[in-house]
Each structure stands twice: as C-alpha cells, then as structure tokens.
Design a protein around this ligand. Structure first.
Ligand code: HEM
Length: 320
C-alpha cells in the first residue's frame, strides 16, 4: 500500500521478465558446469535479471527492516496499526543447520517466489475461468441467477460473506482448476531415502514430480473429462454430496495446489480471490464472445500454462 506507482511498476518489470523467461532459463538448472559454456549468453541474461531484481527489491527490504527496528525500539503498551508483512517474517528466521539468518539475496529470492506464486497463478486461473464463462453462456447465466438469489437488489458488490452461499460459483472455480490448472506440474520434489513404489525403485535424492493436469483429465476418474461441467461438483452429480476436498486429504482426484506437506500455502487465499473476482465480474457485467467468435482454448506454457490467445470479450454493464 505504501509504495508509489513508479516503485510498483519497477517491481512489475523485474517480476514479469522473470516469468516471461522462466521456460528459457529452465535448462540452466541442469549441469550448470556444462551449460555455463554451452549457453553462455543465456547465463549472462539470467545473471543480469537477478541483479536487476536485487536492485529493485533490496532497497525495499532494507527500508522495511529499518521500519521494523524503529518500531521495536519505540514499542510500548499501546497497540499500533502495524501489519506484519511477509518480509518481516524473514528477518529473524534462523536456518537450523547452518545457524545463521538469511542473506538479503536469499530474501529477494523468497519474496520473488511469493510475489509470482501468489499473483500469476491466480490471474491465469481467473482468465481461464472467464474464458469458459464467455464460451458457455448458459453457465454464466446460471451463475448470475444464483448470485441474484443471494445478493440484495441494488447491492453494488458481492461481498466476501455472500460467497459461502454460492455453491455453483464454487463448482465453477473447482471445474476451472481441474480443466485448466495453472501449474501442470508441482514444484520439483525429491525423496529423502530409497523408496519402492509399485515395484519401481525411486532412488534417494531423485527428482520427482506429478502430472497435475493429466490427473484432472483422467477418463477413469472423471466422466467426459475435457468438457467444462461445473455440475460434476454439485449435489446429485457428486456422489458423496460433500464439498469437494481440494487438499486431497482422503483421496486425490485432482491436485491443482499440490497435496500434503508441501501443498500451496496460499490455496485458501487463491480460492477466496477466485470466488470473489468471478462473482463480481459476472454480477456487474455480461460477458459475450467477440462477433460470435468461438473462444480459443489453446494453451501456451509461460511460467504457468496460459491462454495462447489471451481472452477477448465484449463486456457490458448489467445495471446502468
Ligand atoms: C490459483 C492459484 C494458485 C495455484 C493453482 C497454486 C498452485 C501451487 C502449486 C501447484 C504449488 C506447488 C506445490 C508442490 O510443490 O507440491 C504451489 C506452491 C506455492 N504457492 Fe501456490 N498456487 C496458487 C496461489 C497462490 C497464492 C495466492 C500464494 C500466496 C499468497 C501462493 C504461494 C505459494 C508458495 C509460496 C509456494 C511454494 C511453497 C513451497 O515451496 O513449499 N500460491 N502453488
């Protein structure tokens, strides 16, 4: 909140270029000694990007550290309006094995992870869901009617507390995450000891990952998996009748946020954001395809799996 527009644009510039180059730089994770020679130019672009990012974020981290120290020295019994930020939680963190605090560069790396993991994923999911609202006008209409049944006449905004009364909205978000998970894989994991799984040996330290998208499209688990049908998450179509457990604590039918110990720590916030934004975008506007054009759902791998042709739609206010 306290940054000016120029600072925000600078952060956006360095974060955005990291995202746009993520796929290109991926190869540098493998055999750095070799790739430092073979991909010399790519390495120097990557190092420049890190430097740029550090130049933008380190002054902000230092300013925050100063503010938090000043506050500590003045602290008395009175409560103030200080809101603990993510970076505040990093200052006193001790690495248990090395018994040291984080370096500034490590903090930059973590802030970068948090900023990108918390924005790009949600905005990608939102675009896919809205694309499906444009493509399937009957689903959009059904959602609008559901909201109308809950939100009072003349109420400008769908409020956070209204969201829990909108099961069809929730079903649309879940279906969006199943059909178009922003991350087709989770972050790389590794096993800490040799494990035998289904007769296959997974050796200690081996890198493993999970095919998130394919799990959500498995025809043995999901009927007509490539169709966008929110109803599959509603009462009669959902045999247990329970709210779908996105954390996969009992069974894993899809895992757009990963599952277990390393599940996305932001999944609650992400679900809230998606429900809130989709509800309000549909409550306030009617969304239609351009000139009767169909919506192209082709994918492109960026940092997340984005729409190859970004969504274009005609939107008109519902209330004038
Ligand atoms: C629709 C939105 C989102 C999706 C689909 C998503 C998905 C994921 C996935 C698949 C992972 C990897 C899990 C694993 O390695 O097993 C992950 C990790 C992570 N997510 Fe999210 N995420 C979303 C939103 C958010 C938000 C809003 C935040 C923060 C406010 C966030 C912060 C993180 C962080 C920090 C990690 C790394 C955790 C770690 O290293 O263990 N994500 N997310």
């Amino acid at each position: 909140d306290k940054l000016d527009q120029k600072q925000i644009e600078e952060i956006e510039r360095v974060e955005r270029s990291a995202i746009l180059n993520a796929v290109k730089f991926n190869i540098l994770n493998f055999m750095p000694r070799l790739t430092k020679i073979v991909f010399r130019k790519r390495w120097s672009q990557f190092l420049q990007l890190l430097k740029d990012r550090q130049e933008v974020l380190i002054p902000l981290i230092r300013a925050r550290k100063k503010a938090s120290e000043e506050r500590q020295s003045k602290l008395n019994d009175k409560k103030d309006d200080y809101v603990l930020s993510y970076v505040d939680t990093l200052f006193d963190l001790q690495l248990p094995d090395e018994k040291r605090n984080l370096t500034e560069k490590e903090m930059v790396s973590l802030c970068n992870e948090f900023l990108n993991a918390g924005t790009n994923t949600t905005s990608t999911a939102l675009e896919w869901i809205m694309a499906n609202m444009v493509k399937h006008s009957h689903i959009q209409e059904k959602l609008f009617r559901e909201i109308k049944g809950v939100v009072r006449e003349g109420q400008e905004e769908v409020k956070e507390e209204d969201l829990q009364k909108l099961p069809y909205l929730k079903a649309i978000i879940l279906e969006g995450l199943r059909r178009h998970p922003p991350a087709h894989f989770v972050l790389p994991h590794a096993v800490t000891e040799d494990v035998v799984l289904d007769k296959y040996l997974v050796p200690k330290n081996a890198n493993i990952n999970f095919m998130v998208a394919d799990m959500g499209w498995d025809p043995e688990v999901w009927e007509d998996p490539m169709a966008f049908k929110p109803e599959r998450f509603m009462g009669s179509d959902n045999s247990s009748g329970e709210v779908f457990d996105i954390t996969g604590s009992k069974e894993i039918k899809m895992m757009p946020f990963g599952v277990g110990r390393r599940i996305c720590p932001g999944y609650g916030l992400a679900m809230l954001h998606l429900e809130y934004f989709v509800a309000n975008l549909i409550w306030k506007f009617e969304w239609k395809a351009m000139d009767g054009d169909d919506v192209d759902l082709s994918e492109k791998l960026q940092f997340t799996m984005v729409m190859k042709n970004p969504l274009q739609a005609l939107i008109s206010p519902r209330f004038k």
